[in-house]
Design a protein around this ligand. Structure first.
Ligand code: GTB
Length: 228
């Protein structure tokens, strides 16, 4: 039987990512998911200004990236996009209904339970450095993150992935944990560091990472040429 034909996929990403090619912005999880399921995709790069203009706001009411277009379907929210990709294409969700439900549960856990204090940390680092209470707040957030990492570490134990084979839930969990890079927090949990490293060694991850890095390197070159 031949493969069903799907409409071309277009996602949006930062024209100049503030992470300077580290692959920490949320287009990375969408790129990675598409690589895992073997679907080609186009990328439309948007500037911070363009994200707030009507054309982009018609795709994303909050003026953010990533978005996902596939024929008449337009999606925003990286969790919803990952879920859609995993449902539509094979490779990220198991066929068994119970195992599938658990993989979806891990997507929600990553976004609703693990990511919030990690986002708080990013906000504090970016916006609250000059406050008198900055150090105290950062320490309190780090402790909240440690609670979650400890719990996750105990659940993962010495397994390779959260529930058998690599699934959409692992992809989202690893994406969330990667945001801690440079904090030193992940290194306190050797099985979680190894989990992230194992995921980053996947060929699909590497292709997605290289693609977003190429965008950053191109923007650097263009910047240099502009200065000439
Ligand atoms: N809940 C939404 C989702 O999961 O899709 C959140 C989307 C979101 O926060 N998008 C960010 C954005 O568009 C980019 S990813 N921000 C611009 C705006 O809101 O105006 C967040 C992000 C940005 C930068 C880094 N970094 O430089 O390390 C990491 C993550």
């Amino acid at each position: 039987m031949s493969e069903p034909v799907h409409a071309p996929i277009t996602i949006t990403a930062f024209e100049r990512s503030p992470d300077r090619g580290k692959g920490l912005a949320r287009d990375m999880r969408v790129r990675w998911a598409l690589e895992e399921v073997g679907q080609p995709y186009n990328v439309r790069l948007v500037s911070f200004g363009e994200m707030k203009e009507p054309a982009h706001l018609s795709l994303h009411p909050f003026g953010q990236i990533p978005t996902y277009e596939e024929g008449d379907l337009v999606l925003f929210e990286s969790g919803a996009i990952l879920f859609h990709i995993a449902e539509r294409y094979q490779g990220l969700l198991p066929r068994d209904a119970d195992a599938r439900a658990r993989a979806i549960m891990w997507i929600f856990a990553a976004l609703n339970t693990i990511e919030p204090p990690i986002i708080d940390r990013g906000v504090t680092l970016m916006l609250e450095r000059d406050e008198s209470w900055y150090e105290q707040r950062l320490a309190a957030i780090d402790d909240r993150i440690r609670v979650r990492l400890g719990e996750l570490s105990r659940r993962l134990g010495d397994a390779d992935w959260l529930d058998g084979a690599f699934r959409a839930g692992d992809l989202m969990t690893v994406e969330v944990l990667r945001r801690l890079s440079g904090s030193g927090l992940l290194e306190e949990y050797p099985n979680l560091s190894a989990y992230v490293a194992r995921a980053e060694a996947r060929p699909a991850f590497k292709r997605a990472f290289a693609a977003q890095l190429a965008v950053f390197e191109r923007s650097q070159k263009e910047g240099e040429n502009d200065a000439d």
